[in-house]
Design a protein around this ligand. Structure first.
Ligand SMILES: [Zn+2]
Ligand SMILES: [Zn+2]
Length: 315
């Protein structure tokens, strides 16, 4: 049986049925997520994009992400395009309402020298890196960071698709071959994953022969869209390899395969979805946002998200 991959909207619709309390929140972000995917896909074919470097197994075995020392060409044009195309969806976000224009003006022509600063703040997830720049521009560093993450994400997802092929849950990525990538951070951009997933059994459809039992762990990068295989009983943050330190946290009896994986040594956690318990393949970025109820529990327990995002930073 072929399982279909959901759009962000379809995943949000499922989650809103299961957790009506999240309805208002998810309804606000659904159009933005849909627009980002559409734009990213369009840019793969309609935009004159450069390709990212090929996967080099020797570098990757040493834990060096593909973009670790990559010199991006001038991104002013794609950033301006993305910012303009997402304008309507951003205007609708309650936390930005009435405050998007000065940022759009900035992203319409980002200077080359500032692109590297934006990139560094995104990949390390540190808004403070933008403080000086924001002061110079008379903008708010946190909002600049928030928007830059969305814009770079659209661009990176297009670049990853163009270079390594479309992101399909059953695909073997170049860095999965011979398990050359063993790290808890993204093999392409170096960011920490936003969500993990356990795969379904693989069945040879012609003679219904079970090829793999499923349940292997993968991590997903919400920034560039890459996935990679990861050791089931290892912590992506501190690398500890002892099952007694790694715990799973779930919420209800009917979990829909949703849980949090957390590490009692370093106190980090990330959401995890077991695809063996799902009929359709959820949109992973929408799925991560829709597990906010578990982020709240993690926060109460004093755990830290592996990748800080706008929905899981409670200050
Ligand atoms: Zn990435
Ligand atoms: Zn840990």
């Amino acid at each position: 049986m072929q399982q279909s991959s959901q759009t962000a909207e379809q995943t949000f619709t499922d989650i809103m049925l299961w957790r009506p309390a999240l309805k208002n929140f998810l309804t606000v972000f659904s159009p933005l997520f849909m627009a980002m995917d559409k734009l990213s896909n369009e840019m793969v074919t309609n935009f004159d994009l450069f390709a990212l470097p090929a996967c080099q197994p020797e570098r990757m075995q040493n834990g060096i992400s593909i973009l670790a020392d990559f010199n991006f060409p001038d991104l002013a044009q794609p950033l301006a395009h993305i910012s303009a195309q997402l304008s309507g969806q951003l205007q609708a976000l309650p936390n930005l309402q009435g405050n998007v224009d000065p940022y759009q003006k900035y992203f319409a022509q980002v200077h080359l020298s500032e692109q590297a600063i934006l990139w560094r703040s995104i990949v390390t997830n540190d808004a403070n890196i933008l403080q000086e720049l924001a002061e110079k521009l008379n903008l708010d560093a946190a909002i600049l960071h928030f928007l830059a993450k969305f814009f770079f994400s659209v661009l990176l997802k297009a670049l990853v698709t163009k270079t390594y092929g479309a992101s399909d849950i059953s695909k073997e990525w170049p860095w999965d071959t011979n398990n050359v990538w063993q790290q808890g951070y993204c093999p392409v951009c170096g960011a920490y994953p936003t969500i993990g997933w356990l795969d379904k059994p693989t069945i040879d459809e012609r003679n219904t022969y079970l090829l793999e039992g499923g349940g292997r762990k993968h991590l997903h990068c919400g920034l560039c869209g890459a996935n990679w295989r990861f050791l089931r009983l290892s912590c992506p943050n501190c690398g500890i390899n002892e099952s007694k330190e790694l715990e799973m946290l779930t919420c209800t009896d009917n979990t829909h395969g949703e849980s949090l994986d957390h590490c009692s040594k370093c106190n980090s956690y990330y959401p995890l979805v077991d695809l063996r318990e799902r009929i359709n393949i959820p949109h992973l970025d929408a799925q991560a946002l829709g597990m906010l109820h578990l982020d709240l529990i993690a926060h109460e327990k004093g755990l830290m998200p592996l990748r800080l995002s706008f929905w899981n930073s409670f200050n």
